[in-house]
Design a protein around this ligand. Sequence first.
Ligand code: AP5
Length: 220
Amino acid sequence: MNIILLGPPGAGKGTQAKILTKKYMIPQISTGDILRAAVKDQTPMGIKAKAFMDNGALVPDEVVVGIVEERLAKADCAGGFILDGFPRTVAQADALKKMLVDHGRAIEHVISVDVDKEELLQRITGRRTCRGCGRGYHVRFDPPTASSVCDECGGELYQRDDDREETIRTRLAVYEQQTSPLITYYANESLLRSISGTGSIEDIQQAIITILEGGQGDNP
Ligand code: AP5
């Protein structure tokens, strides 16, 4: 199963991708997570990416396309993958199509997760992430049992540098301008299914599974 989860910042792509990886035993490829790891390790790519990320801007296409090409070549992607946060521009979508075609592969499902702007702001400002295992939480909607401690690995929970309100507004505007054209792009390829991303994490997961296993989304 080769899947793209599409949606604005805070739509729940990462939350859903982590559950899907366990169900289908295919990896989540989050360009945001890969870039944050590079920033933390202060690699040349991370140093270059940090300024873009801190400002809520997109990292240049050639950098993220290179990351994804390298990641998709790994053995654990042979049985499928979940792309979370990539592609984010038409140029990235074109590059993805080419790299997959070159290896006799293709995207099978693009699921667009829709959430309104006020809810997105609440979700992102309340998000906390585990430094150890990367599991996401929300201080109100999905809190850990003990504040600041991950239920799964005991790791410390932290708030992302780009989850400040002014940066979030820029990220939402960037999504509208540069990423939302991909909805039409993948609709034209007859790959797009849209679901509401509002409701319980479990109900949204079920809506995604229904699509992946042959059902229809809200707007087929
Ligand atoms: P990235 O890390 O990809 O961030 P994003 O797309 O902005 O998405 P988020 O991680 O903010 O949200 P999400 O949809 O995964 O939501 P989540 O599940 O965490 O990118 C960060 C930066 O890296 C970019 O700004 C850019 O600079 C760079 N970058 C990355 N990829 C790039 C690319 N391809 N090209 C160029 N630059 C790139 O959920 C959010 C919160 O809501 C959590 O607290 C969660 O617990 C909660 N939640 C989830 N579901 C629900 C629910 N149903 N109800 C209530 N709360 C919920």
